[in-house]
Design a protein around this ligand. Structure first.
Ligand SMILES: *Cc1c(COP(=O)(O)O)cnc(C)c1O
Length: 328
């Protein structure tokens, strides 16, 4: 079985060092006091382009040979990967075409356009956008850089795992966002390679958790894609999944699912107590702790994975009825 090794992740780190921003690890006194264990936040929402996706995209583009760079790259993306790939491609002078579904919020589409990529909006699901991207590979010879199921992308996301273990050497529990599983696979491969005793727990939303449904079924399955506050966690894992299904199955210790109200409470906590603006997906680690769905055993690290939320929506969440869901 093909997989991604600690060695691949260390090589990715060298490759992306000059192409990504260093992001802080900070201690959360509010969460630490509340849960009785040290809780640290990896502020990856401050990454260039607003999410960790730049790590995987940069590693993938930088790994291409000159001939492939001349062909250009294409992807289907719910937003953050497309944005990251547009940025990474522009940095290398490579043409990028981004295919996305109509469910992707307008603010994310605009950002990608501004980054100089060509945009194709097709269909009502990630899977339909994927079909268009595959057509461009076949008809125009572009090179596919998938959002998660790709060894270079997984290795790039895994560099976060290296940084977590370095910054918090006694880490016992890591909560990691789980959608297609590129982040979770990479982080878990790095963490289990360096510190096998640490638990890595995947967090998804209840509305359309494709990886969780697939793990339960024992093979990749399709689930209906539904609107959710954690829109960056939407989309399927691909019925022909090559890498992330097996890696998540073998490396994750558990997966938990969150309601929309719990995710909103995570966004509110991040803003009011940590003074950080995060999107729904970025808040699910905090949300899982607040909801009591993960019992933090020992020093705990949460990843704030992205901040690309519509600011009107953010305002309505931090000012609105969702506040009532926040535990005192
Ligand atoms: C893509 C994304 C995730 C999930 O990553 P996967 O590799 O698809 O599991 C989590 N948070 C944010 C902000 C994202 O953009």
């Amino acid at each position: 079985m093909q997989t991604v090794s600690l060695h691949d992740i260390e090589a990715a780190r060298q490759r992306i060092a000059a192409r990504t921003a260093p992001t802080p690890m900070v201690f959360s006194s509010s969460l630490s006091e509340r849960f009785g264990v040290p809780v640290h936040l990896k502020l990856e929402q401050r990454q260039t382009t607003g999410s960790f996706k730049l790590r995987g995209a940069s590693n993938a583009v930088a790994s291409l040979n000159a001939e492939d760079k001349a062909r250009g790259v294409v992807t289907a993306s719910t937003g953050n990967h497309g944005r990251a790939l547009a940025h990474a491609a522009r940095l290398e002078g490579v043409r990028a075409v981004i295919c996305m579904s109509k469910l992707v919020p307008a603010n994310k589409v605009e950002e990608i356009r501004r980054l100089g990529a060509e945009i194709r909006i097709v269909g009502n699901s990630q899977d339909e956008a994927q079909v268009e991207a595959e057509r461009l590979v076949a008809d125009e010879g572009l090179l596919m850089v998938p959002p998660f199921d790709d060894p270079a992308v997984i290795a790039g996301q895994g560099t976060l795992g290296l940084e977590i273990v370095e910054a918090v050497p006694d880490v016992a529990t890591i909560l990691v966002q789980l959608s297609g599983g590129g982040l979770a696979s990479g982080v878990a491969a790095a963490v289990k390679g360096l510190k096998p005793s640490a638990k890595v727990i995947g967090i998804s939303m209840e509305r359309g958790a494709a990886m969780k449904a697939s793990l339960d079924a024992g093979h990749p399955v399709q689930v209906e894609e539904l609107p959710t506050l954690a829109d960056s966690l939407g989309g399927g894992i691909g019925l022909d999944n090559r890498l992330t299904f097996a890696m998540c199955r073998d490396l994750l210790d558990d997966v938990v699912l969150l309601s929309e109200a719990e995710i909103a409470a995570g966004i509110v906590h991040a803003y009011e107590r940590e003074r950080e603006i995060v999107e729904g997906a970025g808040a699910v680690g905090i949300a899982a702790l607040l909801a009591g769905k993960v019992e933090p055993a020992g020093p705990t690290v949460l990843i704030l994975s992205g901040r690309n939320i519509d600011m009107g929506l953010h305002r309505s969440i931090v000012c609105g009825p969702a506040k009532r869901e926040r535990a005192a």
